[in-house]
Ligand binder design. Sequence first.
Ligand code: AMP
Length: 289
Amino acid sequence: MKQVRSPAGMQALAREMRRGSRRIGFVPTMGALHEGHLSLLDRARPLCDVLVVSIFVNPLQFGAGEDLDRYPRDIEGDASRCASRGADMIFCPQPVDMYPPDQSAFVVEEVLSTGLCGASRPGHFRGVATVVAKLFNIVLPDVAVFGQKDAQQVAVIKRMVRDLDMPVRIEVAPIVREADGLAMSSRNTYLTGDQRRQAGCLSRALQAAHDAFSQGERRATVLRAMMRAVVDACPRATIDYIALVHADTLAPVQAAGDTTLAALAVTIGETRLIDNTVLGDPPPLGRKG
Ligand code: AMP
């Protein structure tokens, strides 16, 4: 498996592959890869001839005081994990090679980016949209796979691709969870043992909403209150948001339906965790009974 560091080198390889009519599949990541990331490689593999994984901790999507400096990095471990799941190439640039010091062009999605995580992380989705646009221009993928774990990111990227006519198909893979339901995340490594146990409240809250929805409850206020009660029972958990929105438009709903996204962000100790479920999809912890 090839490791490519320079954006120009990666783009030259991508152009060559395209000239040879080879379909390029792409999985963008920030590394510290876990089974959630690797499931995206599994999803992409049969859709392409050449599978490229990018590993880049993107400074532009971190706010001041966020965890950019301590974000876990393990490029050699990641490389062997990628190879074991069929990647052909990893693209791992340095920030200086991605961002000129006087960069003044950015991609801003103006509607879907404002609520949910965008409200408490100003500039985050500008950083995400900009880096993904740059990565698409460098890797030239036919198909790119993203995780439902970051549902708002998926909505923003799909909108960017639609509105800017980017010639790439976006595929979305389901959330991969630990045995207790916690959504896998590179940030889970920040949690102490006690915090890790408490972190189960996110998926339990989503499960509570799912169970109530499948028993006929449709009132968003009631479903949100149920989720809030589960999280409030965890003394170390602080709620950032609990929301019921349309899965594509991210507009808040009053009455829940099959396409309603239940999403939450909760801080445990210092660690901000997110999770979500679409109420018409299978529930995070499985069906009752
Ligand atoms: P990150 O490295 O956190 O930027 O994530 C890279 C990609 O992996 C994104 O498309 C995420 O949505 C996806 N991802 C992260 N965690 C999971 C998970 N537990 N299940 C599925 N996809 C995930």
